[in-house]
Write a protein that binds this ligand. Sequence first.
Ligand code: PA5
Length: 447
Amino acid sequence: MKNIGLNIDKALGKITKEQVYAQENKANAANSMLHKGTGEGNDFLGWLNLPSSITEAELADIENTAAKLRSKCEIVVAIGIGGSYLGTKAVVEALNSSFDWLQTERKNPVLVYAGHNIGEDYLYELTELLKGKQFGLINISKSGTTTEPALAFRILKKQLEDAVGKTEAKERIVAITDEKKGALRTLANQEGYKTFIIPDNVGGRFSVLTPVGLLPIAVAGISIRELVSGAVVMEKATADTVPFADNIATIYAAIRNELYKDGKKIEILANFHPKLHYIAEWWKQLYGESEGKDNKGIFPASVDLTTDLHSMGQWIQEGERSIFETVISVENADRTVLVPSDEADLDGLNFLAGKRVDEVNKMAELGTQLAHVDGGVPNIKITLPQVNAYYIGQLFYFFEKACGISGYMLEVNPFNQPGVEAYKKNMFALLNKPGYEKETTEIKSRL
Ligand code: PA5
């Protein structure tokens, strides 16, 4: 079976292939630093061999827990934010029907999300939706102390206990958190919930292939075994023993860093397949939190095309030339829709009659690529043979590996996120959280 591919030909021009290949030693050294654990943040490298080290027992435990939730619940709420949310959302949106929630004959519970915002209206609407329904909760937080999911869980736990009683609620709540630390671990142990552990050495944005992603994805009826087997293939294909020219992770990392040095400060991840929207959201967190530090880092942005050609297309074509584009190109659409012929042809579309809609989409993709290249936007292409769990598993691992390499090439620690704390400190001070008295006085004097 073929793998996902990378083509950088249309990103070359102002920067040359020789320049990219001149990064070979640096990129390979960065890859080795990951494998040898000699770089900064080396206590967060558990994701590196995760796909090949997941055991049959672990997969079976996740599948059995998912089966229990599936048998009891019409709706399962996945509670989490950032790395504890985006991977699941990315897979489920990519693989479920675009109109999944409207399907009445269901094999799978509807998966909905909470704890990824503090929207009161959102939570009100969710609690209204859950009234009278059989529902369950998967509460995901590595630290176990993040405010957004903790708040959502407090509200939804009470609703569930009020609806079905404490004993049954315990059967429908699963906690995924640290082995020992954090408020969620204490709560889960005290209440006796089924729990899964997020390994200490796997950071949130690298955790999709732990129970963080695997349990809710399995609840949605998607094969976690295919997802993991795709990632296993990419683990091998991007190992530090693979030569630079054959290693798509080192090449992607090298060209991003060359483009950045050339003043391309923004990378736009584009897709022509609307179901990949949340893959881009997941990718933005991965690269944004990993590289955006020490006053450095490419800003990761994203567009859904052709939709956004009618909103952001003008900027991409003719705005400031500080961008490059990485397109996730899907080789084969899953379904076939043919353009019908029309006798009157009043819309003038008979020249497309008999063609697949995907052929129109492919020509839009090709036309856009050439237009953007002509407009001075270097274009990297990642090919995805098909949108399925296996190739999404490959894509996840590819992006994770390239991110670690790219971060080391940029000379930042790709595995911390100190900047995320700043808003939390201010929010706690403004909410008069005990222990923040000094910060409260300080911040209130600035208002
Ligand atoms: O990548 C990260 O570590 C973060 O984005 C976290 O995933 C996010 O802040 C959620 O943290 P937690 O799982 O501890 O609630």
